[in-house]
Design a protein around this ligand. Sequence first.
Ligand code: CA
Ligand code: CA
Length: 365
Amino acid sequence: MARYLAATPLALLAALVPTPASAATVVVDTTAELTSAIASATAGTVIQVRGGTYYPTATLQSTANGTSSSRIQLQAYGSETVKIDGSNLPAGDWIFKLTADYWTTSNITFQNSPDSAVVCTSCTGTLWSNIKTINGGDSGFTLTGDGTSDNTVRNLDSYGNYDAVNHGENADGIAIKFGSGTNNLVTGARLYNNSDDGLDLWSWSSPVTVEHTWSFGNGQNRWSDTAFAGDGNGYKLGGDGESVAHVINNSAAWGDAGNGFTENSNTGAIVINRTTAYANGNWGYYFATGSAKLGKNLAVSNSSGTATRSSSVTSSGNNWDTGISTPSFLSTDATTAYNARGSDGSLPATTFLTTGSSSIGATMN
Ligand SMILES: [Ca+2]
Ligand SMILES: [Ca+2]
């Protein structure tokens, strides 16, 4: 042995140097390959999914972590269209479940789930870019659990979700519920035509930031459910006794069955700036008990009125405040809000609910 070592010092050295994490790129084009690739991914794995519709028969899932410098990536191959369809899953199952850190998931549609489409539990540092969660049997996209930090949901489309078993009571576009963790961001989302709320932060004890997001048409009974129980808030910003200063910037709510924006019993100093609430079925802004800070918001044609505010609410520059005028909308035709996104995933260009004002309301982009 000693003679061997003396004869091959370079080989010994090589044996002592840790092998770098493999950065394998895996291209998959069958459901079996997709299932296996997700289950066996490790830091640095890039899974590229060829165009087509995949029908898993069990939840796609992983507990393997990437790292901040060696993420695990799940993405469509090139510009191909990838749909993962839950129609063949058992009742109650999700399509995609991560309990993991530093994954990037991009350019994939998750549709027809029997239950929630995508659930990320106690995830850190995940990025969700240009994904769709549609027509499922519970909330489209969910972040949940303690230790949920530094996650970004960018350009999510989440619509048509409906939990028939509960008559629509639970299916939100995006649910960030039952947990905690800082620095979570939702940006560029369209959350619409879901049976319950567009965005729901029930029982979440850390601040969440939402920006450039549209929440519309939620809580309308589109399923001929005679016991329909959806709430239909555009932005439901609390619940279960939490007091949290969430931040909502430059976003809009319209055509929701309930309130456009509501504290939902959250007594924290929620900050809402440059948003628009239009034609919602209840109040534009409902902040009856907490200490929200409402600035430069625009409420028009909401059934119950512009804004309910407790005496602790700070209100400035909103169109219900003294001396602030209500600018005219350039358009109240929402058709273009449903258009395809830009090639970079950005919201479609629209004049809907724009006013040209630089001092009040959402800019709708
Ligand atoms: Ca509900
Ligand atoms: Ca809800």
